[in-house]
Design a protein around this ligand. Structure first.
Ligand code: GLU
Length: 273
């Protein structure tokens, strides 16, 4: 089977050096393995990911010298699929409606509540057993019920730390994650699990900041009957490295470096490509 790689930016701002690094490492690994290389635009938040930011993102990637398969999948065109998968989980008793506001969650969770790896308060379970009435609601995964369906330990194959190893996945650290947001008919975790499978992605190469998220992605894959890709979480390039280039920081947009006269070749070389 031909390997499939993808770089999946969320263009809610302009791409910066950190994105360039991740895109370049994906493209290099795809080339080394004789694989396909896709770009997926993760623009479920259509109020922040505007058409012009999406166009600029693709323009920056082409300027960097990257080539990818067309058509580029935009997640904003896929809401019906995300909804259908979430509804399926709800019909199986694995997801529930939740009307809680951020304030409700804070209040119910009390002082010093447990937090997920992103630092958000773990959902205290308020609506888990049928609390929610009508009106605006999110759909949340019933994480405990999901874990209870597993027939064995959950793990993933990781190649980002040297030799391939098996990493135990503990999705309970995320709790009842949102599958369908109140304001957006999708969520990052659900969309990424569904699209990696739909696009036949065999190798997920992304920054170490998403290492912990893999546990909940593995649970969703298991619940939805989706295959598990191999994961490669690369180190995030250090801010220091950004600064050396044109006094920029890691979050300096590529566009700005371009405007200052930095060339794509200089950026690639600087990042080790
Ligand atoms: N869209 C996500 C981000 O820009 C990355 C998703 C992924 O690689 O799984 O942080």
């Amino acid at each position: 089977m031909q390997p499939v790689f993808r770089f999946a930016p969320s263009p809610n701002g302009h791409l910066h050096l950190g994105h360039a690094f991740s895109a370049l490492i994906n493209a290099r690994m795809a080339a080394e393995k004789g694989g396909r290389f896709l770009i997926r635009i993760e623009d479920i938040d259509t109020s922040r990911c505007t058409d012009s930011l999406v166009a600029d993102c693709l323009d920056d990637l082409a300027w960097l010298g990257l080539a990818w398969e067309e058509p580029v999948l935009r997640q904003s065109t896929q809401f019906a699929r995300y909804r259908a998968a979430a509804d399926d989980l709800a019909a199986r008793g694995l997801a529930f409606r939740c009307t809680c506001t951020r304030g409700d969650i804070q209040k119910a969770a009390g002082e010093n509540p447990p937090r997920d790896p992103d630092g958000a308060i773990l959902y205290p379970g308020t609506c888990r057993h049928g609390g929610a009435g009508g009106g605006p609601h999110a759909l949340r995964l019933d994480c405990r019920a999901g874990i209870a369906t597993l027939s064995g330990p959950l793990e993933w194959r990781e190649t980002g730390e040297g030799a391939e190893q098996s990493i135990p996945a503990d999705p309970s650290i995320w709790g009842d994650v949102v599958l369908i947001r109140k304001d957006v008919p999708a969520s990052y975790h659900l969309a990424v699990a569904l699209d990696d499978a739909m696009q036949g992605v065999t190798h997920v190469v992304r920054g170490r900041d998403l290492h912990a998220a893999t546990a909940i992605h593995r649970l969703l894959q298991s619940l939805l009957g989706l295959p598990a890709p191999v994961y490669h979480h690369h180190a995030l390039i250090l801010d220091e490295e950004g600064r050396k280039l044109s006094k920029s920081s890691l979050s300096t947009p590529l566009r700005q470096l371009r405007a200052e006269g930095v060339t794509a070749i200089e950026i690639r070389r600087h990042l080790g490509f």
